[in-house]
Write a protein that binds this ligand. Sequence first.
Ligand code: SF4
Length: 242
Amino acid sequence: VFGKNPVRKQDRGDGLELWVQSVFHTIQGEGPFAGTPAIFIRMAGCNLRCFWCDTDFESSEWHPTVEQLVDQVLTASLEVPGSRLIVITGGEPMRQNILPLIRRLLLYEFRVQIETAGTIWVDGLEDVMSFCPSRDDALTIVVSPKTGKVHPMVERHAIAWKYIIRNLEYSTVDGLPIFSTQVPGVSQPLARPPAGAMVFVQPCDEQKEVKFTKANTEACVRLAKKFGYKISLQQHKILGVE
Ligand code: SF4
């Protein structure tokens, strides 16, 4: 949507009906589970408006109940029985009350990963995180900060931090972004990870500006070597899957 989306507030409803952009199966391309077959639930709407965001999360008119949504996931799962990972992404997945959805997915023994920009927390999520104590990786959060601060609960629970890197727009001190994602050219260091966190740097896809994407990729290599970060490539784009 490239910064043209409406900024939408957190919906504190009961979560029994959700606004969903799409459900599809693919290969998780990014972050700690990159390369894993997964079923994606793309939630509609976002509370931020990143000017380079290339995701469509606004065009859906689908408002399924949780049961309808889980049925859709189960149907997708029959087509790809090797996919036991459900990625809840967006838009901003924490903008809606995804607790009832997550509870049901965990009952079906899926692993669930939430991909968030980290500005919002869904109250009660911390309780669901201990829902399946015998399965440490049952529910995981990966945060990709887009603002100067992330919610303290996200900071506490995220297992990995992923930063989108544009060449020359990162700090020489820690290699992480120092420009706003909301307004081009405005100085705004993004929230930093706690000490010892798993950090990924991922080159910003500049679309048709291939030479800029290449420069971003080279910057990620430099930053990984200098600071010990891991590189995240958008494997789904390389593989030519959705
Ligand atoms: S937070 Fe994520 S989904 Fe929302 S506008 Fe930014 S990049 Fe796009």
